[in-house]
Design a protein around this ligand. Structure first.
Ligand SMILES: *[C@@H]1O[C@H](CO)[C@@H](O)[C@H](O)[C@H]1NC(C)=O
Ligand SMILES: *[C@@H]1O[C@H](CO)[C@@H](O)[C@H](O)[C@H]1NC(C)=O
Ligand SMILES: *[C@@H]1O[C@H](CO)[C@@H](O)[C@H](O)[C@H]1NC(C)=O
Ligand SMILES: *[C@@H]1O[C@H](CO)[C@@H](O)[C@H](O)[C@H]1NC(C)=O
Length: 405
C-alpha cells in the first residue's frame, strides 16, 4: 500500500514537473514574438531555373535573364536562360528544360542525356503541329508538360484573349460561354471609320507554300466575287505588293471591309494573330482553319469560310458591303468584349513559373506524345514532300477508327 502511495506520489510529482515545464515553454514561445528586432532572416526564396534548349523567335529576348522580369508575372522567382553552361554544364540542376518546336527536329544525341525524375521537360510552341510534327519515337515519354496553342495543353499559350469589359477572360476556352448580346448600336466613331471603306477584302500572306486547299478555296472565292465586281487584294512577300499609306494596318482600316484570316495549316485549335489584323483594323475577319472558332471568337464578329461554299460566301460579302446595317452587325461585339494579347502577367510562361512552384505535383509524362501532338492524321507531315498529293491534304474523318495504341 505504501509502495503504491509512494509510486503515485512520484508519478504526480513528475507529471507536475512535466506540465510546469510545458507551460514554461509555451510562455517562452509566446513571449518570443514580442521581443523586437530578433533579426531572423526570412526563409530564402528558392529560384526556379529554366533552361531553354534552343533559341525561339516568339521569345524575343535573346539574353534570357530579363525575360521573366519583363513579363511582370505574379509569381516571379523564375530565372530563364539559354546558357547551357549556367550550372557548369550540369543540366540536371535546372528545374525545367524548355524545348520549343524546332527541337522536334533534333537527333536523339542532340538532346540532354541526363535528367532527374523531379525535372520537368516542357514542350512549348505557338507553331502548328502541321509545320512542326513530332516524328521521332524518342519524343514519346520525353515531355512532362506542354505549353502550346492547343486548348488541351497543360498550359494554354494563346495568340490572343477575348475578355469582357470587366477583364474576365472568356476565350479561348473549350467550355466557352458567350453571354447573350443585347440589341445595341455601334458607336458613331466606328460608323465614321466604316463609312470610308471602299475595297472588299485584303489578304496579307507571307507563307507562300501553304496548304493548297487554302489557295483553292480563295481562287474559287475570287471567281465568284467577280460577279459582284469585288476583289481580294493580296499583299506581302508572296505577291510582292506593298501596303498603301505606309502601313498595312492603316490601309486595312481605311480601305477594307473584310480581312482574309486564313491559317496556313488546319491543325486543331490553331487560330493565330491573323484574326487580330482584322479586328484591330475594323475589317471583319473571314476565318479558315482547323479550329472550332466558337471557342475562340465572339459570335457574330467573324465569318467562317468553312461553313460556306465560295459562291455563298461571295454573296454574303456583297450583301454586307451593300447594306451598312448588315455590315454593322459584325461590330456589335465591341460593346461587350476586348480582343488583344492580354494584360501584363498573363503570358503562358507566367503560368509555367507558377506551375514550377507548385509543391507535390504528380509526376506526369506524355507517353504517346507524337499521337497527342500530331493527332491521328498528323504522322503524314513526317513523310517527305514527294509522298504528298491533293488527297493527303484532305482531312480524313477517322474518328471511328478503333484506338490501337
Ligand atoms: C550525368 O550524371 C552523372 C551523375 O550525376 C554524372 O556523373 C555524369 O557526368 C553526367 N553526364 C553528363 C553527360 O552530364
Ligand atoms: C464547338 O465548340 C462549342 C463550344 O465548346 C461546342 O458547343 C460545339 O459542339 C463545338 N462544335 C463542334 C463541331 O465540335
Ligand atoms: C434593335 O433596336 C433598333 C433601334 O435601336 C430597332 O429598330 C430594332 O427593331 C431592334 N431589333 C431587335 C431585334 O430588337
Ligand atoms: C517526367 O517524365 C519522365 C519520363 O517519363 C519521368 O521519368 C519523370 O518522372 C517525369 N517527371 C515529372 C516531374 O513529372
Amino acid at each position: 500500500m505504501t509502495t503504491l502511495l509512494r509510486l503515485l506520489y512520484f508519478y504526480n510529482r513528475s507529471t507536475k514537473y512535466a506540465v510546469a515545464s510545458l507551460l514554461l515553454i509555451i510562455m517562452l514561445v509566446f513571449l518570443w514574438r514580442f521581443i523586437p528586432n530578433r533579426n531572423i532572416p526570412p526563409p530564402p526564396v528558392s529560384n526556379k531555373y529554366i533552361l531553354s534548349w534552343q533559341l525561339y523567335v516568339m521569345i524575343q529576348d535573346e539574353h534570357g535573364a530579363s525575360l521573366f522580369p519583363n513579363l511582370q508575372c505574379r509569381v516571379n522567382n523564375c530565372i530563364f536562360t539559354h546558357d547551357k553552361n549556367f550550372f557548369g554544364g550540369d543540366y540536371s540542376q535546372f528545374d525545367a528544360v524548355l524545348f520549343f518546336d524546332k527541337s522536334l527536329k533534333l537527333e536523339e544525341e542532340q538532346l540532354p542525356r541526363n535528367r532527374t525524375s523531379s525535372q520537368v521537360y516542357v514542350f512549348g510552341t505557338v507553331e502548328s503541329s502541321y509545320n512542326y510534327p513530332a516524328c521521332e519515337i524518342y519524343f514519346d515519354d520525353f515531355f512532362n508538360l506542354t505549353v502550346t496553342y492547343r486548348l488541351d495543353s497543360d498550359i494554354n499559350w494563346p495568340y490572343f484573349l477575348v475578355r469582357d469589359l470587366a477583364g474576365q477572360v472568356l476565350a479561348p476556352k473549350v467550355d466557352v460561354k458567350w453571354p447573350k448580346q443585347g440589341n445595341v448600336s455601334i458607336s458613331s466613331n466606328i460608323v465614321d471609320i466604316l463609312a470610308k471603306k471602299k475595297r472588299a477584302a485584303a489578304w496579307l500572306v507571307s507563307h507562300c507554300q501553304a496548304d493548297s486547299l487554302r489557295d483553292e478555296y480563295l481562287t474559287r472565292l475570287q471567281e465568284h466575287l467577280y460577279h459582284f465586281s469585288l476583289e481580294i487584294d493580296v499583299f506581302g512577300l508572296c505577291s510582292n505588293i506593298k501596303c498603301r499609306y505606309g502601313s498595312c494596318a492603316e490601309m486595312f482600316t481605311r480601305d477594307y471591309y473584310f480581312y482574309m484570316a486564313f491559317e496556313n495549316s488546319f491543325s486543331a485549335d490553331y487560330v493565330t494573330e491573323k484574326v487580330l489584323h482584322g479586328y484591330d483594323n475594323y475589317a471583319v475577319p473571314i476565318v479558315y482553319g482547323g479550329a472550332n472558332y466558337t471557342r475562340f471568337l465572339p459570335p457574330g464578329s467573324y465569318i467562317n469560310a468553312h461553313e460556306y461554299h465560295p459562291y455563298n460566301l461571295a454573296y454574303i460579302m456583297h450583301q454586307a458591303i451593300k447594306n451598312p446595317s448588315i455590315y454593322y452587325e459584325y461590330f456589335k461585339w465591341r460593346n461587350f468584349y476586348t480582343i488583344d494579347s492580354g494584360p501584363p502577367g498573363s503570358h503562358a510562361l507566367c503560368k509555367l513559373c507558377e506551375d514550377l512552384n507548385t509543391e507535390g505535383r504528380e509526376p506526369k509524362s506524355y507517353s504517346k506524345f507524337r499521337l497527342w501532338w500530331n493527332l491521328r492524321n498528323g504522322m503524314k507531315w513526317c513523310l517527305p514532300q514527294s509522298f504528298w498529293n491533293e488527297m493527303t491534304l484532305v482531312h480524313v474523318d477517322n474518328s471511328h477508327v478503333i484506338s490501337m495504341y
